[in-house]
Design a protein around this ligand. Structure first.
Ligand code: FAD
Length: 389
């Protein structure tokens, strides 16, 4: 028997019990979609809210990321300031910080295994100029970050720890005291459980093919050939947004990741940003998770297809063996990839795109930090409140 989904018709029972009278359909069950659904139930407790997810689990970034609870390393902020100006950058830092506090409050540190181990930015010997520019910015950035994080000293040089972590070919380390890390799988599971407990219906394995505006709502066409009507739709499909809403300026960007087998006496603890953030690694369950390298093949990685490539796998392995765990026998347990949604500006799109359709997409590499807020703000737009959360 061919198990591929084909077109079929809903039974009368299915149509009447599951798909009749949905007030708001949220498309995508990542951090944004589920945060939006939760907020919608808070704003409109009697509304029927359904999340439509194409995968058996979320199939994008929210269950495939690195779990950095981060809000900006020095070189990233300097780079962003060159492109977007200081004000926009600090506004984004503030949103990331606030989003992280909200995520932690909503789900609880224990549940998402939050650990405030701090974040580290690494500089190589060939990055002398960048390292000096970043070191020079530290005291200014600490003054600017203080009202946001409440920390007197967010950033600090930590070169003394290079040896302690066993890192090779690194000449400067900047510590960010306010960063932490979470267990991404537990976060996604907790969000899902919360949404179900709040009365949200979640349909997995239900790819939405198209949205059609109608005078009294939106017709939602599925890949199975049947459709149903919802009062409004919130599109939270991030890197896949243009498949439903081609007018949005969102590009998919694939990111490849590896996780090692467990390692005894692992000296690495915390989140590490390397090569201006193009690479990242952290400890988890006595293993190293390491990912990135998209800049090696910008064009090839501008895709919403999952997969890994020899070019990037080899670069990640080299980094693992030469810098992160030099001189150690290390086995890779597994590889995976996830899809980001990016744009020319580092800012999410949260807006009404047609009378009954709202989009909350383009989270870039910071959805753990801002996903909760973006979902909640998307929900506010659906409810016509437009308020900032
Ligand atoms: C490898 C990797 C590492 C990352 N590391 C970090 C990190 O350490 N810290 C951080 O803050 N951020 C990180 N990010 C970014 C972060 O994970 C994302 O910004 C965030 O998860 C985006 O959430 P989302 O809900 O908008 O999108 P997604 O999680 O991608 O959710 C979109 C959902 O929509 C579904 N969907 C798409 N099309 C359809 C359709 N037609 N019908 C039905 N469903 C559909 C998808 O299956 C998916 O589940 C990382 C991302 C990747 C890929």
């Amino acid at each position: 028997m061919n198990n591929k989904p084909t077109s079929y018709q809903l039974s009368y029972w299915e149509r009447e019990s599951f798909f009749r009278g949905i007030d708001i359909a949220v498309i995508g069950s990542g951090i944004v979609g589920l945060s939006a659904a939760l907020r919608l139930r808070e704003l409109a407790p009697s509304a029927r809210v359904a999340v439509l997810e194409r995968g058996p689990l979320p199939l994008g970034a929210s269950t495939r990321n690195a779990g950095f609870a981060c809000y900006g390393s020095v070189s990233e902020l300097l780079d962003d300031m060159d492109k977007q100006g200081e004000e926009a950058v600090w506004a984004l830092v503030e949103r990331r910080w606030r989003g992280l506090q909200r995520l932690r409050r909503r789900l609880g540190d224990e549940r998402i295994r939050y650990e405030g181990l701090g974040g580290y930015e690494l500089f190589r010997s060939e990055e002398t100029e960048l390292a000096a520019r970043c070191a020079e910015a530290i005291s200014r950035f600490n003054r600017q970050a203080q009202p946001i994080t409440g920390l007197a000293e967010t950033y600090r040089l930590a070169n003394g720890r290079i040896g302690e972590f066993g890192l090779k070919n690194i000449t400067q380390l900047i510590w960010n005291a306010g960063e932490g890390q979470i267990h991404t799988g537990e976060m996604a599971k907790a969000l899902q459980e919360k949404a179900l407990a709040a009365g949200v219906a979640i349909f997995h394995g239900l790819p939405v093919k198209a949205l059609e505006e109608q005078p009294s709502g939106v017709e939602i066409h599925t890949d199975y050939g049947w459709s149903f009507r919802a009062g409004s739709a919130l599109v939270a499909t991030n890197g896949f947004a243009r498949r439903l809403l081609p007018e949005l300026s969102v590009q998919p960007a694939r990111n490849q990741v590896l996780i090692t087998a467990p390692l005894p006496q692992l000296p690495i603890r915390g989140c590490f940003h390397y090569d201006r953030g193009y690479y990242y690694f952290r400890n988890i369950d006595n293993r190293i998770l390491l990912g990135g390298g998209r800049n090696l093949d910008e064009q090839g990685e501008t895709t919403d297809e999952f997969g890994t490539t020899p070019l990037i796998r080899n670069a990640l392995l080299r980094l693992l063996k030469e810098v992160v765990l030099p001189g150690r026998e290390v086995a890779v347990d597994s590889w995976w990839s996830g899809i980001l949604g990016v744009g020319s500006r580092k800012a999410p799109i949260i807006r009404q795109v047609s009378p009954h359709v709202v989009a909350a997409v383009r989270l870039g590499g910071m959805g753990v930090a801002i996903g909760t807020l973006v979902g909640e703000e998307g929900a506010e737009v659906v409810m016509g409140r437009e308020g900032k959360v």
